[in-house]
Design a protein around this ligand. Structure first.
Ligand code: GUN
Ligand code: ZN
Length: 438
């Protein structure tokens, strides 16, 4: 054994399998009193304390968390860090909100120092919310991506990000060209992709802001760089879908626009995906593209209700993660997203149970990102990205959680009541990156 060794002790909860495909009770793994030993950022011992305490390395005293719940670090599979400064800006609908608030905000990122300030604040806010991995949009400015990657690297966080590509339908100063989008993205991939825990996502903003030439450039980047992700928006609002129909009349539908340019595949992350029909879900399954449910944003902008249970239909399941979509989403807290996901499913006539919601925010998010062999679970061999929740963070939480008889009931209550105040500590690769009381 060498390097950094740490140990945590307390109650834990983690998913071991997909509760949309198997009974929830079989997927949840819960320990009232567990030991987690971390060596060089990886979990090397995990299990009931009584059964594993003999494997505690000599001289290591576990940090004990009482009245707490240790979870995997949460995964935000769709978020715009430059929009941190405009969360909650009033917008009539998606397209109006982009024009009125988003583009003016993103213009400010021409200033590298501004990008660095916001990146630093954003990453600390993510950790304070209990999130340890995110798929992050920069702006069109390549240095906006340098800023977020540099900050993530300082903490050793597993982070995915990319430079927005857009060459039409936005203010001139926010546009690149197909050639520049390609060249700048390529340089960013060379600089950052696979460096430590960082990964690049080719990021055409959405079909309306990209010419065919730019979508081709994105497709070339994806084909030439195996392992990079593709992130974009898909079928978020009805007006947007109608616009795409006008702009790409030869395509069968919105998904087909991306597919024709080689952008629909196993590394693709399509945000929102609200206005999709069965054929589009089936094509996502066939090409193994992942969808990102962004309920907070969809409720805020009134974009529509994502049909989660249709997406994950076991007959042709599509991988789905959970995204805050800040700044159209109104909170970075995974609890807000989980709670909103529950309400959206209820409006669609289905109840999301606690294991399913936690799966979306942890192991399911990791599966959507193709990272479920290393993050999203508490298990031996997994990277030690963890969140410690204080079950008595407020008098109300302490009172309510004391009345929970099962871990399922506890998780469900947390989904509606919890927020950042409950996050006692966040660990990235075994190192504490956030300490509420420290
Ligand atoms: N579609 C294109 N750009 C954006 C964005 O920044 N936020 C959201 N929610 N949808 C988009
Ligand atoms: Zn978005």
């Amino acid at each position: 054994m060498s390097g950094r060794v740490a140990a945590l002790r307390g109650a834990t909860v983690s998913l071991r399998d997909d509760p949309f495909l198997r009974p929830s009770a079989a997927c949840l793994e819960h320990h009232d009193d567990a030991l987690i030993v971390i060596e060089d950022g990886t979990i090397t011992v995990f299990g009931d304390y009584a059964a594993t305490k003999d494997r505690l390395p000599a001289g290591v005293e576990p940090q004990r968390f009482e009245n707490a719940l240790i979870t995997p670090g949460f995964i935000d599979a769709h978020v715009h860090y430059p929009q941190t400064q405009m969360i909650g800006a009033f917008g009539a609908d998606l397209l109006g909100w982009l024009e009125r608030y988003t583009f003016p905000t993103e213009l400010m990122f021409a200033d590298r120092a501004h990008a660095e300030t916001v990146a630093a604040l954003f990453l600390r806010a993510l950790f304070a919310a209990g999130t340890t991995t995110a798929a992050v949009y920069g702006t069109v400015h390549a240095h906006s991506v340098d800023a977020i990657f540099a900050e993530a690297e300082r903490f050793g966080a597993r982070m995915i990000a990319g430079k927005v590509m857009m060459d039409r339908h936005a203010p001139e100063a926010l546009l690149d060209t197909a050639e520049r989008g390609y060249a700048e993205s390529r340089a960013l991939i060379a600089r950052w992709h696979g460096r430590g825990r960082l990964g690049y996502a080719v990021t055409p903003r959405f079909a309306p802001s990209c010419t065919e030439a730019q979508l081709d450039a994105a497709g070339a980047l994806l084909a030439e760089n195996p392992g990079v992700h593709l992130q974009t928006h898909l079928a978020e609002s009805e007006a947007e879908v109608a616009w795409v129909r006008e702009l790409f009349p030869a395509r069968a539908d919105y998904l087909d626009v991306y597919a024709r340019h080689g952008l629909a595949g196993p590394r693709s992350l399509f945000g929102h995906a609200i206005h999709l029909d069965e054929s589009a879900f089936a094509r996502c399954h066939a090409c193994d593209a992942a969808l990102v449910h962004c309920p907070s944003s969809n409720l805020f902008l009134g974009s529509g209700l994502f049909r989660l249970f249709e997406a994950v239909d076991p007959r042709r399941p599509v991988r789905v993660g959970l995204g805050s979509d800040v700044g159209a989403g109104t909170s970075l807290s995974p609890f807000r997203s989980m709670g909103d996901a529950c309400k959206v499913s209820a409006l669609g006539g289905r109840r999301l149970d606690a294991a399913q919601a936690f799966h979306l925010a942890t192991l399911g998010g990791a599966r959507a990102l193709g990272l479920d062999d290393r993050i999203g679970r508490i298990a031996v061999g997994y990277e030690a990205d963890l969140c410690v929740l204080d079950l008595a963070a407020t008098p109300l939480l302490g009172f309510r959680t004391s009345w929970c008889d099962s871990v399922e009931e506890l998780l469900f209550a947390l989904m509606t009541l919890a927020d950042d105040r409950m996050v006692r500590a966040t660990y990235v690769a075994g190192a504490r990156v956030f300490d509420r009381d420290g």
